[in-house]
Design a protein around this ligand. Structure first.
Ligand code: UDP
Length: 235
């Protein structure tokens, strides 16, 4: 693939989106890594290809279990082909254990198992630092229709069951994660990525992070931990 010849539609912090045809895009996973809304950034060779590998593995698994995803096919080490969707401007966050901003917000310690999974929403807006937004505000601002919002929540919780059960067998805790969805022809698709950049994965015995917290908190070599995650899930 010659990226130089393709039209770049969008460049984010960790991915580039190229136009492939009228209704298809190429998602290219970069080696760049950022944290704290872009305040900390680096390029870590090999990160993009791990995240792409993990994403297509999980997207395939979810698609087989009835979650529509925008992925069409694998292309190469760093990219996959996807249906062009209009991204819903919400980050859908699911939490099973306390961690990250949730602990800060409520002044609680990390690692507490929640009574039941929580689905939260953030408004995708880098300038505002992706503020949390509740269902009522989403609906009042007409960001999405109620039936779509209900579907996001339904998919988010179904994905939670599928991924938590799969990871449990690998002795890994799915602590929390972020999902993005898109719409094409009025149908909702899971989009973006599911990777150690967008999830918290803890080893069940040691509670050691196998995700981006390694980078956020300078807890060791990111590629080592991401590779260990890949090994543990056998991909
Ligand atoms: N997350 C993400 N992108 C974001 C914000 C959060 O992928 O812009 C993921 C993050 O990796 C974690 C989960 O969503 O798995 C919950 O993150 P949290 O709200 O605790 O924020 P953080 O601690 O990452 O600032």
């Amino acid at each position: 693939m010659k990226n130089g010849e393709m039209k770049l539609l969008y460049e984010g912090k960790a991915k580039k989106i190229y136009e492939s045809s009228l209704d298809e895009v190429i998602i290219y996973f970069k080696d760049d890594v950022t944290a704290f809304n872009g305040e900390k950034k680096d390029s870590i060779i090999g990160k993009g290809k791990i995240n792409k590998k993990v994403t297509i593995f999980f997207f395939k698994m979810l698609e087989e279990k009835g979650i529509p995803t925008h992925m069409i096919s694998d292309i190469d080490e760093n990219s996959f082909l996807a249906k062009k969707v209009e991204i819903i401007p919400l980050e859908v966050i699911v939490r099973n254990y306390t961690a990250g901003s949730f602990c800060k917000r409520y002044g609680i310690e990390k690692g507490i198992k929640l009574e039941k999974p929580i689905v939260e929403y953030s408004l995708k807006n880098d300038d505002l630092g992706d503020p949390m937004i509740c269902r009522n505000v989403v609906l009042s601002l007409r960001l999405v229709k109620e039936n779509v919002l209900n579907k996001l929540e339904y998919y988010a919780l179904k994905i939670n069951n599928i991924l938590s059960n799969f990871l449990e067998e690998k002795n890994i805790i799915l602590v929390d994660y972020k999902l993005e969805f898109g719409i094409s022809n009025n149908k909702v698709y899971l989009a973006d990525e599911i990777s150690p950049d967008t999830c918290r994965f803890w080893d069940k015995d040691t509670m050691e992070s196998l995700d981006k917290d390694v980078y956020r908190e300078d807890k060791g070599d990111l590629i080592d931990k991401y590779s260990e995650f890949v090994r543990r899930i056998n991909i």
